[in-house]
Write a protein that binds this ligand. Sequence first.
Ligand SMILES: [Zn+2]
Length: 227
Amino acid sequence: MKNRITSILLLVHFCLLPLFASQTGEGLSLEAQLQKQGLVNIHSLAPDILVELKYSTLDNFLAADTYDELENCYLQPKAAAMLKEAQDLLKKSHPELSLLVYDGARPRSVQRKMWALVVNTPSEDYVANPNRGSVHNFGSAVDLTIATLDGVPLDMGTAFDYFGQLAQPRHEDRFLKEKKLTRQQIDNRQLLRDVMTRAGFLSISIEWWHFNAVPVKVARTQYKIIE
Ligand SMILES: [Zn+2]
């Protein structure tokens, strides 16, 4: 009975969501546009994943909220299913922890806002040109960390979007020897890499928080840029 009520509530929730979402602003809201392009709210697959879209707050390197009202993380269906798998793997070995997502699919309209804030500044290197797009713009990349169930992130040695070598996995061995990273910090990163890569994601050598669901070339040929 309880399951039936939950199903009905979920059905009502998901039926009404696009209706409400489309009533804000001119035309469709950002969220409704993502839904229309076939992207999946990761909470519809894995309600227990923690989400704090950093670019929907002022706590990011741009010090700007470029996502406005969007608070949910959307991904291509394949990437969303893989993220649920990563959360399940983490839960199996560490029930006291959860993935904490900072960014997923990023529409080109948001990428344009970001680009306008950094163009001709030293931060320009850290934002993809919206004409070409990044894997986030194809809905196939996720930025995330691991946190306790009440949302306190594990110590990864640097903050999210720290632009320096200390955030780059390729230098971890050296920084461990130089005592600039601790074994615990590297183990925390390794736990994140372990569950993400076992779920099929690809890690990159320059950001501990970024994972691609498919190789860059595949994203560019298989998907359109999210608008
Ligand atoms: Zn990223």
